[in-house]
Write a protein that binds this ligand. Structure first.
Ligand code: OSB
Ligand code: MG
Length: 397
């Protein structure tokens, strides 16, 4: 367990807006591991871009000084949410990032990120390594990830993202179930043919809940009037209605909508977040550590939004508990005021890769992990039993 005195905490308190986490300790990474673990989903998850029955979880480990840090690459098997896949991320980590990382000692998160910038894109691959690195640093310093990044929140508001269902009845059952469990916000996946009527029905049944929708880029500006009809349902937000890489059309749409647009897919870097806010493309941002390339981008995007009074929330990618633990740490930063898609392990899997599993209390909050590093025990025995492939990359010298 992490033991640090209050004085040590005060001394290392990182002010919001100051450069986050400038650790000067040099870390000589000895080995990087990549492992694919198949976890069946309790129920299929359908979005406007496709349906999955199971999640191939891509775990990354980083070893130094006898300690291991854990990260997760959130890419899917097919390039439907973004261009990255498990295949592209394995290639980029194996052939470029891991060697660059092990070529000489790493000094701090910014040092690591700077070394990766020579390679364009592939944010989820980079993030997987940044996650493992930050867990490793936290373990070396004997503190929690939340403390390492300057987290302040102890209990985090949690929402649930509900996939497109075969019937409206099935959806309403899910909504009832998660509200009864205490979840603070319901997000409905929408697409043409599964939108206005569905939202109307959920809103009629629950006039006062926090309700939002996520289109995952299923519409174009031609659907403007159709999307404007959503304004009457008092939604918290409409997430990523237009193209996955668009900012300009979203700005045109936002100017005509009462409802706030929240960008997900379009925000891939700090610069894109700055541009989105400058253009008025959205009023809210969903931060996913994987999509933006790791903590080195997620922390400054949070700070930018915090300074401008733009609420942020932590998005999810159906992560295992390992990615989920990082999401909980991220969501402990002060700007994460809206409920995140960081649902309980049991919402996705029969058994998670960590102990204890992530739990959501009856008041719809989860605890920011306080233990060392991730703050959960990685269940290596169980991971072994569901591993499909595993590979170690050592330093070339
Ligand atoms: O758009 O937020 C999204 C899952 C996979 C890919 C994209 C998204 C999602 C979700 C689920 O909405 C969030 C979660 O519960 O992890
Ligand atoms: Mg989304």
């Amino acid at each position: 367990m992490c033991y640090r005195t209050q004085a040590m905490r005060d001394a290392s308190e990182i002010a919001v807006g100051s450069p986050m986490f400038s650790n000067t300790t040099q870390i000589e990474v000895e080995r990087v591991g990549m492992r694919l673990v198949r976890l069946p989903l309790k129920e299929a998850f359908q979005t406007s871009f496709g349906q999955i029955q199971s999640r191939l979880i891509f775990l990354v480990t980083m070893e130094a000084n006898g300690l291991v840090g854990w990260g997760e690459v959130v890419a899917a098997e097919e390039p439907r949410y973004s261009y990255e896949t498990i295949g592209t991320a394995s290639h980029v980590i194996r052939d470029y990032l891991a060697q660059t990382l092990m070529a000489k000692p790493v000094t701090g998160l910014d040092g690591l990120a700077a070394r990766f910038t020579q390679f364009k894109g592939h944010n989820m691959a980079k993030a997987g390594l940044e996650l493992a690195y930050m867990d490793l640093v936290a373990r070396m310093q004997n503190e929690s990830l939340s403390d390492l990044i300057g987290g302040t929140r102890k209990r985090l508001p949690i929402g649930v993202s509900l996939g497109i269902q075969p019937t409206l009845k099935a959806l309403l059952e899910r909504v009832d179930h998660y509200l009864a469990q205490g979840y603070q916000r319901i997000k409905l996946k929408i697409m043409p043919g599964w939108d206005l009527d569905v939202v109307a029905e959920v809103r009629r049944r629950y006039p006062n809940i926090l309700l939002s929708v996520d289109a995952n880029s299923a519409y174009t500006l031609k659907d403007k009037d159709h999307l404007k009809a959503l304004d009457e349902f008092d939604l918290l937000m409409i997430e990523q209605p237009l193209d996955h890489d668009d900012l300009v059309d979203h700005a045109k749409l936002q100017a005509e909508l009462k409802t706030s647009i929240c960008l997900d897919e379009s925000i891939t870097t700090l610069r894109r977040a700055e541009h989105a806010l400058a253009l008025g493309s959205c009023r809210l941002i969903n931060i996913k550590i994987g999509r933006v390339g790791g903590y080195s981008q997620a922390l400054p995007i949070h700070n930018l939004c915090y300074e401008k009074g733009i609420p942020v929330w932590c998005g999810g990618m159906l992560e295992s508990g390992i990615g989920r633990a990082h999401n909980l740490a991220l969501a402990s930063l002060p700007g994460f005021t809206l409920p995140g898609d960081i649902s309980a392990s049991s919402r996705y899997f029969h058994r998670d890769l960590i102990n204890p599993p992530v739990e959501v209390a009856a008041d719809g909050t989860a605890e920011a992990p306080r233990g060392c590093g991730l703050g959960f025990e990685v269940d290596l025995d169980y991971i072994e039993t569901c591993t499909e492939t595993s590979e170690q990359i050592s330093r070339n010298n």
